[in-house]
Design a protein around this ligand. Structure first.
Ligand code: PMP
Length: 361
């Protein structure tokens, strides 16, 4: 058995070992068919069973109401930045965005390329984002087609602890970096979407959970492949889906169910984040996290050391100790530990022990 790395990558990131091992076991012979799952037709019974199981598991684990479609799409979360306005905003209409970091900046920019969007709030402060805006700060347009948020900001390490009230305006959330990490009430949202490569499995598939009335009223004067309605009607088999990625997603969902579902993950995730934030705080400023306490992310814990040289040394020594992916995003620097669902409490304890020893040294 090869030694597994302690993986704090921001995405693609750690995948639960049982999900990988299950795939390994039947890599060459999927369900006794004598072929890899990758070699099966996407219209064959065996693949379709895995595809439908993944959808059913998502419905079960997230308690997705009947009046929502669960879609598997391609092009990553970024494709959704364009597809949402393309499908949902018509001539003369616009949508609202809460800007809380680089990904929401990208999302609003993309919306303005294909339609019209405005910022309902921004927590930008001298080029950085350290907090989530309060409900009272939102300048909502009552006629907006939707209100878009990024539930967890992967780069800045902030996260919505509770979601904005948009009234009757559909709330849309990019949950790429915190999907399935905590219980949420799907019925509060018009659309939830997420690239799979952080909490769900490998890259290549994007999950879209969308209320049926939004699908039904979506624009049909855009290319068919870009229409939510076309994907919903075909059960995400309009064209060839990323079959292996969806199969792996199914394996990850089985693991989540076995672990006790989203509630169990939530408990684990809170414990992991607490371990790290407590470790950051107990060294008299040697480690610094400048995010406002009520906006701190449970998924991406960012911090700085007294200077860049020490940060480089920290990352180098951690890598030496088989801890991978701790360098902060290139746009902000510092350290970032991404502690998604597949990262265990023991993995985080290993990092905390290293931080204690490093600070002491
Ligand atoms: N939104 C968020 C919150 C992200 O973290 C990322 C990727 N890191 C993206 C969108 C972009 O995702 P993709 O690469 O799947 O397009």
């Amino acid at each position: 058995m090869t030694k597994r790395a302690t993986n704090f990558n921001a995405g693609p990131s750690a995948i639960p070992l049982p999900a990988l091992e299950y795939a390994q076991k039947e890599f060459l012979d999927f369900e006794g068919s004598g072929m890899s799952v990758m070699e099966h037709s996407h219209r064959g019974k065996l693949y379709e069973a895995a595809h439908n199981e993944a959808i059913a598991l998502l419905r079960e684990l997230m308690s997705i109401p009947e009046n929502y479609d669960v879609l598997f799409m391609q092009g990553g979360a970024r494709a959704q930045f364009a597809l949402l306005p393309m499908n949902l905003i018509s001539e003369g209409q616009s949508a609202d965005y809460v800007v809380t970091g680089s990904w929401s900046e990208q999302a609003i920019k993309e919306a303005n390329r294909v339609a019209k969007a405005r910022a309902a709030a921004s927590s930008e402060d001298n080029g950085v984002y350290r907090r989530i805006p309060k409900q009272s700060e939102l300048d909502l347009d009552a006629s907006a087609r939707y209100l878009h948020i990024t539930s967890n900001n992967t780069i800045f390490g902030t996260q919505f602890q509770s979601f904005p009230d948009a009234g009757t305006t559909p709330l849309i959330a990019d949950m790429s970096s915190d999907i399935l990490s905590r219980p949420i009430d799907v019925s509060k949202f018009g659309v939830i979407y997420a690239g799979a490569q952080k909490n769900l499995g490998p890259s290549g598939v994007t999950l879209v959970i969308i209320r049926k009335d939004l699908v039904e009223n979506g624009r049909t004067d855009i290319a068919q492949i870009f229409q939510y309605g076309a994907h919903a009607k075909a059960n995400s088999l309009l064209n060839t889906p990323p079959t292996f990625a969806i199969y792996m997603l199914r394996n990850v969902l089985r693991w989540i169910k076995e672990l006790g579902g989203v509630k169990a993950l939530d408990k684990r995730n809170r414990e992991k984040a607490k371990l790290l934030y407590d470790t950051i705080e107990k060294h008299d400023g040697f480690y610094r996290n400048t995010i406002e306490a009520d906006s701190r992310s449970l998924m991406n814990v960012v911090f700085n050391l007294p200077n860049e040289e020490l940060e480089k040394k920290f990352v180098a020594e951690a890598t030496e100790a088989n801890m991978i992916g701790l360098k902060g995003h290139r746009s902000v620097g510092g350290i970032r530990a991404s502690i998604y669902n597949a990262v265990s409490i023991e993995n985080v304890q290993t990092l905390c022990a290293f931080m204690n020893a490093f600070a002491k040294r």
